[in-house]
Design a protein around this ligand. Structure first.
Ligand code: ZN
Length: 435
């Protein structure tokens, strides 16, 4: 069989949305009718793929239960394609892991190493860095979403450092003065001025991250009080800041993330369908909302704040790119895709600058419309996030799709998506050796 349903497992991390308010819980229950949603539990992540800790189970393919991982391992040319095996080196696993995240509380501020640094960190400290792969991630908003992504533009950082007394005191008047007087906001990327700008951000960030915990806690208390006593001060920088700081302080009281996240990083709002790609070595965190996430198969995370877990401050301060682009530049372009055509109201390709994955969104605005996907040269996974429809294989084999259903599509198989409701919406993660 070349197109079949998979039953996807989930993770109850404590930052997840609770009970049936979570898209993850809704999709997991649709995916497997025996899943009973516990209204007191968080449902954080739905995992679609071959990761050994939560492998998806193929439905109605073999007698008994077979995981997608086992099926692929038994027939890698059929399910992965030789070009994918050659390029990514595994005949058991998909190069990507596809997820849905339902976020109630902020996740840790983090960055991921590139391939070269991942190999080095894994060798030095395998207890903290479990594999030698990079972990590029892409997030597409399924509901309104907010997150942190990359350092703020230089001018905004300068104003923030000068305006917020607690941050100014942690960084120190001398370093703030050096930053404000020496930044060159007009520098071209890659120029010597740009390199110097990044060094200035690194100095500020390094000072913050190396400040004593007791000092951070005292300054954080004062900072939070100031959001009530003088909210206008914060609104000079960003009108959302006072409430953001108060909200995240309830989740992680007196945490360093209030400074490194709320004050130094871009606060990104994504509307439904907007996406951001998280470059290697760029700091980021998810704050709230439901997203579709696609990532390369890896678990390498270096953390900075909003976490009780290990923070590798030395490697973190050393590794970041310190790029300082605006929020708009952090968002991904929405592209057309020649292999998708037909009557769908929207067909959008999200194609990050890495080889492991791309995601194709298809949205219908009427029932009984059809969208063709030509055959892809690699494996793919389709999830329905809204409405109902069918997947037709060979024009005749009709597979029913409901919200939360997930299908695996083998390489080389053209499919048709057919809407049976006026809001049928799918996301298809795929990899091709040459896209
Ligand atoms: Zn991440």
């Amino acid at each position: 069989m070349s197109v079949f349903r998979i039953d996807c497992g989930y993770q109850n991390y404590d930052w997840g949305k609770i009970g049936s308010s979570s898209a993850v819980a809704q999709y997991a229950a649709a995916s497997n009718a025996s899943t009973k949603i516990d209204e007191s539990k968080p449902y954080a992540e739905l995992w679609m793929g071959t990761h050994p800790s939560v492998p998806s189970v193929a439905v109605d393919v073999a007698e008994g239960k077979s995981t997608l991982r086992e099926l692929i391992g038994a027939s890698p040319e059929k399910y992965l394609h030789q070009s994918i095996i050659d390029k990514f080196g595994s005949s058991k696993e998909l190069p990507f892991l596809f997820k849905v995240l339902s976020i109630e509380k902020v996740l840790s501020i983090q960055a991921h190493p590139d391939k070269q640094l991942a190999a080095q960190l894994h060798k030095q400290a395998p207890q903290h860095y479990p594999d030698d792969n990079h972990k590029p991630e892409m997030a597409i908003a399924v509901t309104d979403f907010e997150g942190f992504c990359g350092f703020k533009p230089l001018q905004e950082l300068a104003v923030t450092l000068q305006t917020i007394p607690e941050l100014n005191e942690i960084i120190g008047a001398e370093t703030v003065e050096e930053f404000v007087s020496q930044i060159k906001p007009e520098a071209e990327i890659g120029s010597s001025d740009d390199v110097a700008n990044r060094k200035l951000i690194q100095k500020v960030f390094g000072k913050l991250m190396n400040t004593d915990e007791s000092v951070i806690q005292a300054k954080a208390k004062s900072l939070v009080e100031r959001t009530s006593s003088d909210p206008e001060l914060f609104k000079k920088i960003d009108s959302r800041l006072p409430s953001l700081i108060q909200r995240l302080n309830k989740q992680f009281p007196d945490d360093i993330g209030l400074f490194c996240g709320c004050l130094l990083l871009n606060h990104v709002d994504l509307k439904v369908g907007e996406a951001m790609f998280l470059q290697a070595k760029d700091p980021h965190a998810y704050i709230s909302g439901d997203i579709i996430e696609c990532m390369a198969a890896s678990d390498n995370v270096v953390r900075a704040g909003f976490t009780p877990k290990f923070k590798d401050v030395e490697n973190l301060v050393d590794m970041l790119t310190y790029s300082y682009e605006s929020v708009e530049k952090q968002k991904m372009p929405l592209l057309p895709f020649a292999k998708a055509h037909g009557q769908a109201a929207k067909s959008v390709l999200y194609n990050p600058p890495i080889a492991e994955f791309a995601v194709l969104q298809t949205i219908f605005d009427k029932a009984n419309a059809v969208q063709q996907h030509d055959s892809f040269d690699g494996p793919s996974i389709v999830i329905c996030t809204n409405g109902t429809g069918n997947i037709k294989v060979d024009g005749s084999d009709i597979k029913k799709v409901e919200t939360g259903y997930v299908y695996f599509v083998a390489p080389g198989v053209p499919i048709e998506l057919e809407s049976t409701s006026d809001d049928f919406t799918t996301y298809r993660a795929f990899v091709e050796a040459d896209i």
